[in-house]
Design a protein around this ligand. Structure first.
Ligand code: HEC
Length: 228
C-alpha cells in the first residue's frame, strides 16, 4: 500500500493549493453567465425550433401532394409544355415504350406476353380486328371494360370473364388510367404481336372520353360503334 500518497506528501499540498485557485477562477467565470432558471426556456431557440419544424412540415406536405405516386409515367407539365400549347406529343418510340411497360403491369396477366390470350377465356389482341379496327370502339372498351359474348375476327367469342375498365370514375374500377396512359397502351398493342395499326393519340382518347364521360357500366358489343 505504499503507493498511496500520505497527507504529508508535498505534491498533494501543492495540488490542493492550485485546486483552490482554480476554484476561485471558476467561481469568477460562473458569475459572468447566469444560470437559466430551473425549468425555464430561452425564447430564441424555441422560436427557431418552431420555425424549423414548420419548414419541415411544409416540405413534407408539398412532397406528399406532388409525389405523383412515384409513377414514372406521371405527366410533367413543366417539362413539355410551351405557353399557349397543349402537351407536346411524345416521339412514337417513347409512346410504345410506355405502353409496353403498362401492358406488362396489367394486360399481360390475361392477354399473355405474346398477345394471344387464353382460348375460350381471354381473347387475343394479336391480329384482333377490334384492336386494329376503329379507335372509337377500342378506346371505349379500354375506358369502361367489356362484357358478354363478343364478335372477334368474324367469330363469336364467349367467355364468362370480363374485360375490366381502365378509365377513371367506374364503380369498382381499379386502374384509373389517364387518357395519356390509355393512348400509350393502345398504341403499343396496335404495333406489337404482328399488329401494324396507327398509334392512338392522347387527344383522340380525350375526345372519345368526353363523349362517354357519364357512363358507369361496361360495354356490350352491340352498344359499340362498328369498325369502319
Ligand atoms: C382480368 C383480365 C383482363 C385484363 C387485365 C385485361 N383484359 Fe382485355 N379482355 C379481357 C376479357 C375477358 C375480354 C373479353 C370480354 C368479353 O368477351 O366480353 C377482353 C377484351 C379485350 C379487347 C377486345 C377483344 C380483343 O381481343 O381485341 C381488347 C382490345 C382488350 N381486352 C385490351 C386490353 C388491354 C389493352 C388491357 C390492358 C390495359 C387489357 N385488355 C387487360 C380480360 C382482360
Amino acid at each position: 500500500m505504499s503507493a498511496i500518497p500520505s497527507n504529508s506528501d508535498p505534491r498533494l499540498e501543492a495540488a490542493a493549493a492550485s485546486d483552490d485557485s482554480i476554484q476561485r477562477v471558476h467561481a469568477g467565470l460562473l458569475h459572468t453567465k447566469p444560470e437559466p432558471e430551473p425549468g425555464g426556456y430561452a425564447l430564441a431557440p424555441l422560436l427557431l425550433l418552431g420555425l424549423m419544424s414548420g419548414l419541415i412540415l411544409g416540405c413534407c406536405i408539398f412532397f406528399v401532394q406532388n409525389r405523383g405516386a412515384f409513377d414514372p409515367l406521371v405527366y410533367n407539365g413543366h417539362l413539355n409544355t410551351k405557353p399557349g400549347e397543349g402537351p407536346v406529343v411524345l416521339p412514337p418510340e417513347q409512346i410504345i415504350a410506355k405502353g409496353k411497360s403498362l401492358y406488362a403491369q396489367t394486360c399481360i396477366q390475361c392477354h399473355m406476353a405474346d398477345g394471344k390470350g387464353v382460348p375460350g377465356k381471354y381473347p387475343p389482341l394479336a391480329g384482333s380486328d377490334i384492336v386494329n379496327g376503329s379507335e372509337d370502339r377500342v378506346i371505349r372498351i379500354l375506358l369502361h371494360g367489356l362484357k358478354d359474348p363478343i364478335t372477334l375476327n368474324g367469330a363469336t367469342f364467349t367467355t364468362s370473364e370480363k374485360m375490366p375498365p381502365f378509365g377513371p370514375g367506374m364503380p369498382g374500377g381499379l386502374y384509373n388510367y389517364s387518357d395519356a396512359k390509355i393512348s400509350y397502351v393502345l398504341s403499343y398493342v396496335r404495333s406489337d404481336f404482328g399488329n401494324k395499326s396507327a398509334l392512338v393519340e392522347e387527344s383522340k382518347v380525350t375526345e372519345v372520353h368526353k363523349q362517354v364521360a357519364a357512363r358507369t357500366t361496361s360495354w356490350t358489343m352491340s352498344e359499340l360503334p362498328a369498325s369502319p
